[in-house]
Design a protein around this ligand. Structure first.
Ligand code: ATP
Length: 922
């Protein structure tokens, strides 16, 4: 054992020496750089460890032995020898190195002779030549493979970057391909929709004639030919893509095969090296842990090769710029299977690596124990050597050799540790490679998923396109068949109908033929009627417009005619009034009311003749007397009938005349009823004002009017204003303007705006009037009431002004004092009333006698009515009479008074008119 270790140390030293010399002499033109580097590394490491920069346990153990053992005396000598070895100078060791094997054999033979053993000598002679050299060469080759592994890693990184770039290009190409497919699909769908529309139109038309159908079919066939041409073009493009993919697939396959062959060769080479290394290590006593490490390195190598193969495949995959669906799918499937295999192998390798790492740790521990054991053994050997050195001088050479052997052993152990470190680094790199491989697998998986999605979409689009093309072809065939059938059937039907009509026409009698011609002519006339109608309507419109124009021109003439007509009407009206008389006497007979039936003397003594409207007959004391008046109203005469007789006088007021209308009669005979009326049945006052405003409205285009109203009562010869609140007393005076007209200072004049306003004014005046209940009338009016309406008119065209006045007088009732039962104040009222009525009679008598003096001033009543009762005015008196016997005396008096008035001649009425020039002068 001792001899074996000595021999091992010696041979190791000799090999290093020889190789260094060969390197220095430039031996071997193919001396690899890796070998030189490896040797350099080995020597450098050895020198560094020797100089104490990285002391290990073995060195420390040796130092301990040196310090504690019996070498203290020879320590300097040993140090000198080591320095000689480093520098390569001459010395004892240099002398021994000149013939080392012979010296060692001599020493071994002597030692064996001394020990009496020859076995170890023979074994050492057999193994002293080649195994260690082979081990070193394998180690160097391992280092070379490590460098190659680094290069492969760099290539893998480059491949990965290229793969990313190619993936991006492939993605863009797929997007462009997808967009082009979609665009084509849209084009096809638009073509299909247009064709479907045309086919639908053709179907809807149904009975279209044959030539248009043939043209449609021709267009359809052309469109289908275009579609087929495009489809063939697409198929050609797809075939070209397929061929390109096949070529790429073949190239990839060949490259993969080449890579596989290289991998196989490398594997075989590594396996051979591993076998040789294992064998050599077994021969040289290499431990199991080293074998495991070598196996691990081989496995790492195979993993790297698998990684390179995968990367190559991925590169090939990325180099395919225009992969079609089939090639991509196949390639993806192979890649997926390979990736799965690699993943499984990686898992297995990882598990093996873990196991090996654990085993290497255990081996390391075991190796340390063995080293400790070797150290102990070495120490024992040193002790034995020390003992033998004391005994024999030859032992000195052994003492010289033993430290060198120990150093070689330590160096071998350091080499083992170095290898273990490298192995750990390789395992780290393997893990890093595994990580990269996993990332690349993820990238490839994502890429595969995207490719699968793209492929599915492309397949779907392709399927839809094919389906639509098939559908279009089917529709085309159906359309062709349907069009052919329809056109044929329709033609046949038309021909049959035509022949049947021809037969029927031939069979028709001549009369029907003539009717047919008449029908045709009528039809043509009806067709022409619309044109005739439109032209007639346009001509009528033109004529209408011309007439309208003429009418507008003739408007002025019409206006002038209208004015002439109005003037004539007024003239005729005046003549009529004059013919009737400017003072008219009307008699209204009061009907017998219910309240009058219970009293005495209720016999009707007054009768009227329906055939003579101006006569009234009174039966008085068995004698009948007929009074002739202007108009006698029947008891059943209405308020409207009475007003119709008054209406011309009211109109005269508008024309500028002064008119006086008063009611005369005994109390309770119906004077107030005739003048004021009731709310439901108004009298002359309200109707006259209503008529006035109606006339004013009719004349508003030519005249403008203002209407003012005043109302007074004469009670006990006192004039009171009925429209003022206080009812102050008024006086009648001559107007200071010099016109000689009467004037009532302080009298309130109310301008009337409308008919509703009139009703309020009249109601107020009626409320303010003094009434009192008498035996003849429960609401007897004890005053004379005057409603004076002044109408001032202006001709808009000439400026002529008119001033009309309408006096509506409700006289107080005349009654006999004894009959009315008046006493005191009532008696005084009756006396005043009768006095005023008598004054009125005197005035009328004077007018009748054409006296120069008319006693108007005998009473307030006649004085106030002076401008309306005199000459040139118009007067109407309504005599109210009762039909009852008990009122016969009053009736006779009233009728006699009426008859006297009837004989009065007021002469022609004078219109109160001022021309515009006179107005301007005033
Ligand atoms: N034509 C008629 N139709 C129906 N009722 C009438 C008619 N004439 C008068 N009357 C009624 O007779 C009654 C007395 O009439 P009215 O007050 O008008 O008499 P008068 O002459 O004014 O009396 P006085 O002078 O006392 O005021 C009233 O209730 C009135 O409604």
């Amino acid at each position: 054992m001792y001899a074996f270790y000595s021999l091992l140390v010696y041979i190791f030293y000799t090999v290093f020496k020889k190789e260094e010399e060969a390197a220095l002499q430039g031996e071997g033109p193919d001396g690899a750089t890796a070998q030189r580097e490896a040797r350099h590394v080995s020597m450098e490491t050895w020198c560094r460890r020797k100089s104490g920069h990285t002391p290990n346990s073995a060195q420390r153990g040796l130092d301990k032995v040196t310090d504690s053992g019996g070498f203290s005396d020879d320590s300097e000598g040993l140090g000198d020898e080591e320095e000689d070895d480093d520098c390569g100078s001459d010395g004892n060791l240099g002398a021994a190195a000149s013939t080392p094997l012979a010296a060692f054999l001599t020493f071994r033979e002597e030692a064996e002779k001394r020990r009496g053993s020859h076995v170890l000598l023979e074994t050492g002679a057999k193994t002293a030549d080649s195994p260690l050299v082979a081990v070193m060469s394998h180690l160097l080759s391992f280092l070379e493979q490590y460098g190659h592994l680094q290069q492969l890693q760099q290539q893998a990184e480059e491949y990965r970057l290229q793969l990313q770039r190619h993936c991006a290009q492939h993605r863009r190409h797929l997007q462009a391909l997808r967009a082009s497919y979609r665009q084509r699909l849209r084009d096809k769908s638009s073509i299909i929709s247009s064709l479907q529309e045309t086919i639908g139109q053709q179907h809807s038309q149904g009975e279209s004639t044959r030539p248009p159908a043939a043209a449609q079919l021709h267009r359809l066939l052309e469109a289908l030919r275009e579609l087929q041409g495009e489809r063939n073009q697409l198929r050609g493009e797809v075939q070209v893509l397929h061929t390109q993919l096949e070529q790429k697939e073949q190239e990839r396959h060949t490259r993969a095969q080449a890579f596989q062959q290289q991998i196989e060769e490398l594997k075989m080479c590594v396996a051979e090296r591993e076998e040789e290394l294992a064998r050599l290590r077994a021969e040289t006593g290499v431990t199991d842990s080293e074998k495991r490490l070598l196996c691990l390195s081989a496995e790492n190598e195979s993993l790297k090769q698998g990684l390179s193969v995968t990367q190559g495949l991925l590169q090939q995959l990325s180099l395919l710029p225009s992969q079609s669906s089939a090639g991509l799918l196949k390639e993806n499937e192979t890649l997926r299977s390979q990736v799965q295999q690699l993943e499984s192998s990686l898992q297995q390798r990882g598990e093996q690596l873990l196991r090996l790492e654990r085993h290497s740790e255990r081996s390391e521990r075991r190796r340390d124990e063995e080293l400790r054991h070797h150290d102990d053994r070495l120490r024992e050997l040193q002790l034995e050597l020390h003992k033998e050195r004391r005994k024999e001088p030859l032992v000195k050479s052994v003492e010289v050799e033993s430290p060198a052997t120990l150093r070689q052993l330590v160096e071998a152990r350091e080499q083992k540790e170095l290898l273990a470190d490298k192995l750990a680094g390789q395992s780290e790199k393997c893990r890093h490679l595994e990580e990269q491989l996993r990332r690349s697998d993820e990238v490839s998986a994502n890429l595969q998923r995207k490719i699968i999605a793209y492929e599915a979409e492309i397949e779907k689009l392709r399927g839809e396109l094919l389906k639509e093309i098939r559908h279009l072809e089917e529709q085309k065939e159906e359309a062709v068949k349907a069009a052919a059938n329809c056109s044929k059937q329709h033609l046949q039907n038309l021909q049959e109908q035509f022949t049947a009509l021809q037969r029927r026409l031939a069979a028709l009698p001549p009369t029907l033929r003539s009717m047919k011609t008449d029908y045709a002519s009528l039809r043509s006339q009806v067709r022409n009627f619309s044109d005739f109608y439109s032209t007639a309507v346009t001509e009528a419109k033109k004529q209408l417009m011309a007439v309208i124009g003429e009418m507008s021109e003739a408007n002025k003439d019409l206006l002038q005619k209208y004015r002439k007509e109005v003037a004539l009407r007024r003239k005729y009206h005046e003549q009529l009034v004059e013919l009737k008389g400017n003072i008219r006497v009307l008699c209204r007979v009061k009907p017998v009311l219910k309240e009058d039936q219970h009293n005495e003397g209720q016999t009707v003594v007054v009768s009227t003749d329906p055939n003579n409207e101006s006569a009234v007959t009174v039966l008085n004391k068995g004698k009948s007397r007929t009074f002739e008046l202007d108009k006698v109203f029947q008891p059943q005469a209405t308020q409207e009938e009475v007003f119709q007789e008054i209406e011309p006088l009211v109109t005269s007021c508008i024309d500028g005349y002064h008119v006086c209308i008063f009611a005369y009669g005994q109390t309770g005979s119906g004077k107030t009823y005739t003048m004021e009326g009731t709310a439901e049945n108004p009298g002359i006052n309200q109707r006259a004002l209503k008529h006035l405003f109606s006339e004013i409205e009719d004349r508003k285009d030519m005249w403008t009017y203002s209407v003012t109203v005043s109302s007074v009562e004469i009670y006990n010869e006192v004039l009171r204003d009925l429209l003022s609140k206080d009812g102050e007393k008024l006086d009648i005076k001559i107007n200071p303007d010099g016109t000689g007209q009467l004037h009532v200072p302080g009298l309130r004049l109310v301008e009337v705006k409308g008919f509703q306003h009139i009703k309020k004014i009249l109601a107020k005046a009626s409320r303010n009037r003094v009434t009192f209940g008498t035996q003849m009338n429960h609401h007897s009016s004890r005053s004379h009431a005057l409603l004076t309406i002044t109408v001032l008119g202006t001709d808009l065209t000439t400026g002529t002004k008119t001033s009309g006045k309408l006096n509506l007088v409700d006289l107080a009732g005349s009654e006999r004092v004894w009959k009315s039962g008046a006493e005191g104040e009532r008696l005084k009222e009756a006396q005043n009333i009768n006095r005023s009525l008598l004054a009125l009679g005197d005035v009328i008598q004077a007018l009748r006698g054409r006296q120069t003096h008319v006693p108007f001033r005998n009473s307030r009543l006649t004085y106030l009515l002076q401008d309306s009762l005199g000459k040139g005015n118009k007067t109407a008196m309504v005599v109210q009479i009762s039909t009852l016997e008990r009122n016969i005396e009053e009736t006779m008096c009233s009728l006699k008074f009426a008859q006297r008035v009837c004989r009065v001649e007021l002469g022609p009425a004078a219109r109160k008119i001022e021309s515009a020039s006179v107005c301007e002068q005033l």
